[in-house]
Structures are given as structure tokens and as C-alpha cells.
Design a protein around this ligand. Sequence first.
Ligand code: 2AM
Length: 180
Amino acid sequence: MSSSRRLFFALSLPDALQQQVIRWRAEAFKPEDGRPVAAANLHLTLAFLGEVSAQKEQALKTQAGRITQAGFSLNLDDLGHWPRPGVVWLGSKRPPRALLQLAELLRSQAARSGCYQSPMPFHPHITLLRAATQPVAIPPGTPGWLFNASHFSLYQSSFEQGRTRYHELAQWPLGPQDKS
Ligand code: 2AM
């Protein structure tokens, strides 16, 4: 039997942070700015894999399990708007090197497994609003949340009853944070 699923590696936001972000978002943006991403769907994509066969999924999981990488803290202190994809995002002015290394590793493993990787530079972000194709007044700052990443996950994206849902399929721990 051959089945394929739409997959991506990502960092998920802890529940408490999800709630803080959506409460702040409700104040910071107008309803007409875009469609808010559901709290449970807030995540930072590390590597987008596209449609992946069960066999390739298994190979990608095995490779992900071999990653030894330190955890890190991410300062969520940046905001932006990409009008073409219609995305308003939350990010970091200075993403930690460990985050960039983790994404680079997952993206190169994905490319070697035949998953197309965009040539665009990796810009770590958490999508807050979609369908934001009109000009948006971006607030001057964020509350400056600090997000401690202690694991990364493989997600399946599916479209059910008119909604995008993300199911966590597996997760892997990151090592102790490098304080140097
Ligand atoms: P976005 O939030 O900027 O839209 C699941 O769809 C996740 O994978 C989302 O975070 C989405 O990024 C990202 N994604 C979807 N399609 C992608 C693509 N073709 N290239 C890179 N990332 C993609």
C-alpha cells in the first residue's frame, strides 16, 4: 500500500505561550488584518517536507533521531508582514545559532531524501495571521516572550472539515542549552 502525508518539522509553542500570544494578538491586530491561526496551530517550521511516502517518512524519522543538538532560548521580539503569501509573523531579531543549525540540518537531510527545499533563505517565524494581503499596521513591538526550545517535532498537516489541522507524529529531545 502506498500512502503519502504532508509533513513538516517544527517547534511547537508551549500551551501557556500559545495563550499569551493569542490574547496579545487580539489586541494588537484588527479583524480585517487577516485570519488568525488557531492557538493549537502556532508553530515555527524548521523544514517543510511536502507530500512524503511512508517509506521516506521512516527514513526522515531515523535521520532526525540521530540529531544531537543543544536546546536554545528564542527571544520572540520581531514582527513582520509578507503581503504576497499574506502572512503576518512573529520572529526573532537575532535567532540563536542552535536554531539555525537545527533547521539547516533538517533541511539538508530532507533535500538528500528528495524533498524539495526552497532556495529562499530560512527565516524562522511563527505565522500569526493568514490571508493578510492588504497593508497591515504592524505594532511597534512584542511583549518580548522568551521561548525555551527543548524538543522538535514532526507534524502532519491535514485539511479536515474546512480547517487545517496539525498532528504531532513524533518528537525528539534537544540537549542541554549551551550557555557559552
Ligand atoms: P507559513 O506558516 O509561512 O505558511 C505547514 O504548512 C508549515 O509549513 C507552515 O508553517 C508553512 O509556513 C510551512 N510551509 C508550507 N508550505 C511551504 C513551502 N512550500 N515551503 C516552505 N514552508 C512551507
